[in-house]
Design a protein around this ligand. Structure first.
Ligand SMILES: *Cc1c(COP(=O)(O)O)cnc(C)c1O
Length: 354
């Protein structure tokens, strides 16, 4: 039976990416060797990581003289501490829009003063705070573009003289924004880039080298840049599979082509949630995420019936994050319009039954 995977991460990737990745496990580039057994310093893999780093910048329309792209270990969670370690001399400002932002704030406090410019915790992070002020004299401003757990998304980004740092784990490559307004972007691969096990970090090199503390080499962005993202053994297979996905993205017409489809998918689902009286969307309307769509049943007693219906339809992983409950449909790049359509049909079926 065909599966429709709405998992929040690790998540769906295009079928052809799974196919090509599986072929490389058996025989990579007709070498007679598996991608899993070759040296990361081999000519074939050096070509992979170079292409992946360049293609990431190209797809985001970033100048590769100004920016550099790295594939690092440790997930987005490692970036919660690597960014302050490398950038925070005295104080930094953070926007608190949820669990991941809170975790980033907690780590930054180990390195200096953190000013929380605004928080949506008062309403359990169902909205994005607006009209906050970014103080002057900060080393950088940090925000989370898309709040995977709550289903909210920043539609625009504040301007300030300080470098702009963004955790884009769950919406990078999904929408048409000016990526050059950011100075540092990081994203765990497992939500729109590739499999778990690598993290994309994009840095405007000009912001580095300004803190006085000593940074252990493996935590220093400069060591990774100098070694062309091969300071230590990179996640060979995860990076190769990410490259396959980035190539797929380019073939579809790039980020703007996917952004149109993603918008259409989200509109379909929100329209059904707004129409169908059995469901209540979680996020504040103007802050709704186009990637993670959170909702509840108006009558929780219907959950057994609803759960049975979507599971029978082949839908996977529709439950909300364990900290929030309810439901969450993650509709990343590789999820098709048909899968979203199917979910809306299941919602209508529930309405007809109830
Ligand atoms: C999933 C997620 C993280 C955590 O990523 P890891 O790679 O597991 O460390 C951080 N931020 C956001 C926005 C996420 O969605």
């Amino acid at each position: 039976m065909k599966k429709h995977n709405f998992s929040a991460g690790p998540c769906i990737l295009p079928a052809e990416v799974f196919q090509q990745a599986s072929e490389a496990v058996l025989d990579f580039n007709n070498s007679g060797l598996s991608i899993l057994e070759i040296s990361h310093r081999s000519k074939d893999f050096v070509a992979v990581i170079e292409e992946a780093r360049n293609l990431a910048l190209e797809l985001l329309q970033l100048d590769n003289n100004k920016y550099t792209a790295l594939f690092l270990h440790g997930g987005a969670s490692m970036q919660f501490l690597m960014t302050p370690h490398n950038l925070l001399e005295k104080k930094a400002a953070y926007l608190n829009t949820g669990t991941w932002a809170s975790k980033a704030i907690k780590e930054a406090k180990l390195f200096g003063e953190v000013i929380e410019v605004a928080s949506s915790e008062d309403k359990n992070f169902n909205y994005i705070p607006k009209n906050f002020e970014i103080p002057t004299g900060i080393d950088y401003f940090h925000c989370t573009s898309n709040n995977t757990i709550y289903g909210t998304q920043l539609k625009s980004f504040p301007k300030s003289n300080a470098p702009l740092v963004c955790d884009m784990s769950s919406d990078i490559f999904s929408r048409d924004i000016d990526y050059s307004q950011f100075d540092l972007i990081y994203a765990g691969a497992q939500k729109n880039i590739g499999p778990a096990g690598t993290t994309l970090v994009i840095i405007n090199k000009a912001i580095l080298g300004k803190v006085s503390r000593k940074i252990p080499s493996i935590l220093d962005y400069k060591s990774h840049i100098e070694k062309e993202s091969m300071f230590n053994t990179p996640s060979v297979f995860a990076i190769y599979t990410s490259l396959l996905n980035l190539r797929w993205l380019k073939k579809q017409g790039g980020v703007s082509a996917l952004a149109k489809i993603n918008k259409h998918k989200a509109e379909l689902l929100y329209a059904e949630l707004d129409r169908n009286p059995l469901f209540t969307p979680y996020a504040n309307k103007e802050d709704r995420s186009l990637m993670n769509i959170t909702f509840n049943l108006a009558n929780p007693e219907l959950s057994h019936t609803f759960d049975a219906l979507w599971q029978q339809a082949g839908i996977n992983a529709l439950n909300g994050h364990r900290s929030l409950g309810g439901y969450r449909a993650s509709i990343y790049n590789a999820l098709t319009v048909e899968s979203v359509q199917l979910l809306t049909e299941v919602m209508q079926e529930l309405e007809n039954k109830a």
